[in-house]
Design a protein around this ligand. Structure first.
Ligand code: BTN
Length: 255
């Protein structure tokens, strides 16, 4: 069971996590936050967190598995002060915040574009950013799913290349401290105006300069991953030309 008081006792933020809604179980914390907002019950910085997310939404229409009481699925509501073409930086900032918060708890992870948290054995976390205009105001829900205290047997067999913080370090982590750490770091990055986020993201990238396979405009393509641009798009060098890629998956491990 997650304790909201313990999360809040470890916050250094002004906005993020000052309001936290905890559900023992729910379908999707992203869906919950949009619902709260529609009902007028959510403020910027609001967090929804659960111990048991039963129908987590993943990127590209996929689902997100979270082991009851072991993982950390949560969402945070952002009222961005950014032009629409830079909103992608918010999800990259969340990735940087997660990697840094895990590092502060001695768990070394990296980022895989667009925003997977990875270790050598596989994926440890993912981020789903959803953006909508509500009453004329642009709002973003950043949904973060982290595998924290799972052992290998806690994952469904069909999930391949998956890991958790506990598998990496060998001991369980206090999920409340991890959530507070992510919110603290994320607010710092947002307060700084996100201009530094592309550079910070690249420094934590698992495949900078590597040959990658990705979904290009005309189907699968290969190239060298050069980094992310000021809008958060990937820049990939194909046949000597740097091309921006704004969505999709990439793979570099089995080339
Ligand atoms: C991915 O596909 O890698 C992104 C997964 C994001 C999952 C998180 S868990 C908390 C939040 N609520 C959801 O329904 N999804 C996100």
């Amino acid at each position: 069971m997650l304790f909201v008081q313990l999360i809040q006792a470890n916050l250094t933020t002004r906005i993020l996590g000052r309001e936290i809604t905890y559900y023992p179980f729910t379908d999707s914390t992203n869906a919950d936050l949009w619902e709260l907002l529609a009902e007028g019950d959510a403020v910027p910085g609001q967090v929804v967190v659960t111990d048991h997310q039963k129908a987590g939404r993943g990127r590209q229409g996929r689902t997100w598995f979270a082991a009851p009481d072991l993982g950390l699925p949560f969402s945070v509501l952002i009222r961005p002060q950014l032009p629409a073409d830079r909103l992608g930086l918010l999800s990259l900032a969340a990735g940087v915040a997660v990697v840094d918060a895990l590092a502060a708890m001695a768990v070394a992870t990296k980022l895989k574009w667009p925003n997977d948290i990875v270790v050598e054995q596989g994926k440890l976390g993912g981020i789903l950013a959803e953006s909508r205009t509500v009453s004329g105001q642009q709002m973003v829900v950043l949904g973060v799913g982290l595998n924290v205290n799972e052992q290998p047997a806690d994952f469904p067999r069909e999930l391949e290349a998956v890991s958790s913080a506990r598998i990496v370090v060998g001991t369980p982590l206090q999920r409340e401290l991890l959530l507070a750490g992510v919110l603290n770091r994320l607010e710092q990055l947002l307060d700084a105006g996100v201009d530094d986020v592309p550079q910070l993201w690249q420094e934590r990238c698992a495949h900078l300069d590597a040959e990658v396979r990705f979904q290009g405009a005309e189907g699968p393509a290969r190239g060298r991953f050069l980094g992310v641009d000021a809008s958060g798009r990937a820049t990939i060098e194909v046949d000597g030309q740097a091309i921006p890629v704004s969505a999709g998956d990439l793979d570099w491990s089995s080339l």
